[in-house]
Design a protein around this ligand. Structure first.
Ligand SMILES: Cc1ncc(COP(=O)(O)O)c(C=O)c1O
Length: 438
């Protein structure tokens, strides 16, 4: 395949070959799955070898309306003709801030960034600056910056939150013990950590949920603990985005953090990030040095403003829920018709597949799933990022592909581990992101 050759060229010029770990070929069925895209429209994209795929990864969560959404792209094109960046500011910054304040319960003031990790770093800076404390207790994945990777200066801290074995090369050793992980779903453990580090913790930073509902009362307990210990609570909503509601997760969960971070789906794939929060927490950021040229770029701002308005106008969260419900149902039917040992779980807006096999076999089955689905024109892994352009044709094709794929996996499982390996045309996929918050 031509894209294998492109990737070889990339590896000689770009350390690691790609800019994002989740876009490495080893995250999929390497040699079978697409590596390079040429175009994307709606729910589909074409790769560098001329093949077409339904995309169940939605730009790693960045696309929520569908690729090249006509309304967002038109707004961006119009903006492009007016200029993308200036020596001065543009009123769009204020308009978008007004929209975010209206939509998101904790939002009274807003700052911008160009991506999720960057926005998380801004939130952490504000939390440290406003409290005068250094430590961050975190749960989940929050980007690539020093503050977060510093956790692994105590080796293994990120194993359950990101990937096992990450060496925090290049992160100053002096940051050791400034970022400390806590397990999801266990308020007693968080309480113990807050007590152990009393007076030193600036913020609890967490993904409030990912693809499962939080345990009953858990986030309320986290909120109470933060209040009691006078620690800021930050929700990282980069991955959940605006899929559960046009105001993010807060209106659905009924728990309001002090700060929240958004990126990815906020702008339907254009680079953008935002930190929003309570006035008394955000306002002191005026005297902190948090400043960057492209944070005023009007393309991300215009894309975000248009995306948020379109999300509401089209009631996209309801569409995604309906798509997810049907998809889950159809995939469940495919699993039971083929006696494939796979469980379909997850929120309707973020369905997941779990192969019910012994641990050593699970990754082999997941790789075989990715491979066989790719061969049938469906790009993805055993979890689905939905967007509003996916509809009945995509569900039909995916359900049919899943039925054939599950039949193949069921037959492979009959032959044991060797059977699974024998059917792979690629190496087993590399370590998938570990998710503390599932
Ligand atoms: C919850 C969460 N936070 C932060 C990030 C980092 O965002 P970005 O890749 O835009 O820097 C991600 C990316 O997947 C994420 O899922």
């Amino acid at each position: 395949m031509r894209q294998q050759q492109i990737f070889e060229r990339a590896c000689s010029l770009i350390p690691g070959g790609t800019q994002l770990v989740s876009r490495r070929p080893t995250q999929y069925a390497s040699g079978v799955s697409p590596i390079y895209a040429r175009w994307a429209k709606g729910a589909r994209f074409g790769d560098a070898d001329g093949r077409e795929f339904i995309d169940w990864v939605s730009g790693i969560g960045a696309v929520i309306l569908g690729y090249c959404d006509d309304v967002v792209d038109q707004a961006v094109c119009d903006q492009l003709r007016q200029g993308t960046i200036y020596s001065v500011n543009h009123e769009l910054e204020v308009e978008l801030a007004e929209e975010l304040v209206e939509l998101i319960p904790c939002a009274e003031m807003v700052r911008y960034a160009k991506g999720g990790g960057e926005a998380c770093a801004v939130a952490v800076r504000i939390a440290r600056g406003v409290t005068g404390r250094d430590k961050i207790l975190f749960c989940g994945y929050h980007g690539w910056h020093d503050w977060y990777l510093a956790a692994n200066l105590a080796p293994g801290a990120l194993d359950d939150h990101l990937l096992p074995g990450i060496d925090p090369i290049g992160v100053p050793a002096a940051l050791r013990d400034t970022a400390l992980p806590f397990p999801y779903g266990d308020p007693a453990e968080l309480e113990a950590q807050l007590e152990r580090h009393r007076g030193e913790v600036a913020a609890v930073m967490m993904e409030p949920l990912r693809s499962q509902w939080p345990p009953e009362g858990y986030l309320e307990a986290v909120r109470e603990l933060c209040d009691r210990e006078r620690v800021l609570l930050i929700f990282d909503e980069v991955s959940t985005g605006f899929r559960l509601s046009a105001g993010g997760v807060q209106p659905v969960l009924g728990v309001t953090p002090d700060l929240a971070v958004f990126a990815k789906s906020i702008s339907n794939g254009f680079p953008m990030g935002a930190v929003v929060g309570r006035r008394d927490v955000m306002a002191p950021a005026a005297s902190m040095f948090i400043s960057s040229t492209y944070w005023s770029d009007t393309i991300g701002l215009r894309a975000a403003l248009t995306t948020l308005r379109e999300l509401r106008r089209r009631d996209v969260p309801a569409t995604l829920k309906a798509t997810g419900q049907t998809l889950k149902e159809r995939i469940r039917q495919a699993a039971s018709a083929t006696h494939c040992p796979v469980r379909v779980s997850g929120l309707d807006v973020h369905p997941q597949l779990e192969f019910e096999l012994e641990p050593a076999w699970r990754n082999l089955a997941a790789t075989l799933y990715i491979q066989e689905m790719a061969l049938r024109g469906c790009h993805g892994y055993p979890s689905f990022y939905l967007n509003a352009a996916q509809g009945d044709p995509e569900i039909e094709q995916t359900a049919a592909a899943a039925k054939e794929t599950f039949a193949l996996i069921a037959a492979a499982v009959e032959d044991g581990e060797a059977g699974l390996r024998a059917r792979l045309r690629c190496p087993p996929r590399g370590d998938a992101f570990r998710r503390q918050v599932r």
